[in-house]
Design a protein around this ligand. Structure first.
Ligand SMILES: *[C@@H]1O[C@H](CO)[C@@H](O)[C@H](O)[C@H]1NC(C)=O
Ligand SMILES: *[C@@H]1O[C@H](CO)[C@@H](O)[C@H](O)[C@H]1NC(C)=O
Ligand SMILES: *[C@@H]1O[C@H](CO)[C@@H](O)[C@H](O)[C@H]1NC(C)=O
Ligand SMILES: *[C@@H]1O[C@H](CO)[C@@H](O)[C@H](O)[C@H]1NC(C)=O
Ligand SMILES: *[C@@H]1O[C@H](CO)[C@@H](O)[C@H](O)[C@H]1NC(C)=O
Ligand SMILES: *[C@@H]1O[C@H](CO)[C@@H](O)[C@H](O)[C@H]1NC(C)=O
Length: 356
């Protein structure tokens, strides 16, 4: 393992973002299974059958994905896909929507565009699988796994070895707090109070995940939502590079999330939670065009169906108004997996979480 990590670090140090290549690990994955919770940043098709504007099962999404259009909200691989490859999984983890005929032994992807920590989040777009619903789905998967494996003790031990990633909270801002005409949260709470209520609810949800057997849990902080092309064009930047008030609000969430992770580690001595600092990682992004979308966008920030995207996708940080391009996802995933700075992940990056 040490040599594999050393190689990865060496490559990361010398690679520019443009020539960046992921190292594929040959053989068995490092952990038996990998479960993915979150929103459109990790969704791999769970929304395709839902009545919602938050679905990406049309071109130009998937233009660089091996199977083309799948429902992923980017041109190619999501961050969750790339982390899976780094963990040594040779296939993509199936979406919950596909698990009727798919493998559940290696994990399930519950990600759903528009979903949030709060149940009402994203209702302006239509149906979505909120964090609470994703946890209910996970409970059914755990019991199906238990039935398949026919040995409860074995299943309990098995699911403790899995990696769980959760990337939630962006929509609680984008499709809730920042839409005062559709949601009352911004009149009810100051940004500080809102971060507090979100973290309280998130804390309960992370405890539920623990109660469902998870022991190696990576929780992602929020990125610079105020720097997304959609928020820049919606709110304006007052001469700054980004919408500062939005970044300030989401940083309050991050500031409370990190101590929550420490509290959970203290409360559950047999579990390892870790905080992935996406703001730290994305502060050093290398793409040239960071504030414009690669594809033509609709009024809701998603790509215009069947439009022609930019030809040089490695030059763009954002594919549509919100979602990173694959090249940006590669940077986010690789530093979540193998931290380049002590700020990137604490207390563990995902490669270390896998080995614990
Ligand atoms: C959200 O608010 C806008 C502006 O008031 C309104 O036009 C729209 O219908 C609302 N959408 C939903 C889903 O409530
Ligand atoms: C069930 O799994 C446990 C843990 O792997 C193992 O020790 C035990 O022998 C298994 N029981 C049966 C009946 O196979
Ligand atoms: C954002 O936070 C910074 C640092 O605390 C502060 O200087 C700035 O005025 C804030 N900006 C807005 C728009 O709230
Ligand atoms: C994330 O990293 C940034 C930059 O490295 C740092 O300023 C910030 O405090 C970190 N966030 C948290 C919640 O630790
Ligand atoms: C994007 O950033 C460039 C360079 O900083 C700036 O000139 C341009 O006005 C920005 N565009 C938008 C839409 O904010
Ligand atoms: C894409 O952009 C990169 C970085 O600016 C440049 O090196 C490369 O030649 C461009 N490729 C194409 C096909 O435009």
């Amino acid at each position: 393992m040490a040599s594999k990590l050393g190689l990865l670090f060496g490559i990361l140090k010398t690679a520019t973002l443009m020539s960046f290549q992921i190292v594929f690990v040959i053989g068995e994955p490092q952990v038996p299974c990998y479960f993915i919770f979150g929103d459109s940043l990790v969704d791999s098709g769970n929304n395709n059958g839902l009545v919602t504007a938050a679905k990406a099962n049309y071109t130009p999404y998937g233009v660089d994905f091996p199977q083309g259009v799948t429902g992923r909200f980017t041109n190619g691989l999501t961050m969750a896909d790339i982390i899976g490859q780094l963990l040594g999984f040779s296939n993509f983890i199936p979406s919950y929507a596909m698990t009727n005929n798919g493998e559940i032994n290696s994990g399930v992807n519950y990600g759903s565009g528009g979903a949030g920590i709060r149940d009402e989040t994203g209702r302006n777009l239509g149906d979505r699988i909120s964090m609470n619903k994703q946890l209910l789905r996970h409970a059914t998967i755990v019991s199906r796994l238990s039935n398949l494996q026919r040995n409860k003790t074995f299943t309990n031990e098995y699911i403790q070895k899995c990696i769980y990633i959760i990337y939630m909270g962006s929509n609680d801002y984008i499709n809730n707090y920042l839409m005062p005409n559709n949601y009352s949260t911004s009149t009810k709470y100051t940004p500080d109070q809102y971060a507090t209520v979100l973290i309280q609810q998130y804390s309960q949800q992370l405890k539920s995940l623990y109660e469902l057997g998870a022991r190696k849990i990576a929780v992602f902080g929020l990125g610079f939502i105020g720097c997304t092309p959609y928020e820049i064009s919606t709110f304006g930047t007052n001469g700054e590079p980004c919408v500062e008030s939005i970044n300030n609000a989401t940083m309050l969430f991050n500031k409370r999330l990190k101590p929550l992770i420490d509290d959970l580690n203290n409360a559950f001595f047999d579990a390892r939670f870790t905080f992935i600092n996406i703001s730290s990682i994305s502060a050093s992004q290398g793409a040239v065009l960071t504030n414009v979308s690669c594809c033509q966008t609709r009024s809701d920030g998603q790509c215009v169906p069947n439009s022609v995207p930019c030809s040089n996708r490695t030059m763009y940080t954002y594919y549509d108004g919100f979602h990173p391009t694959e090249i940006a996802n590669r940077l986010l995933a690789s530093r979540s997996y193998a931290a380049l700075s002590p700020m990137d992940a604490s207390p563990y990056d995902i490669s270390h979480l896998a080995q614990l």
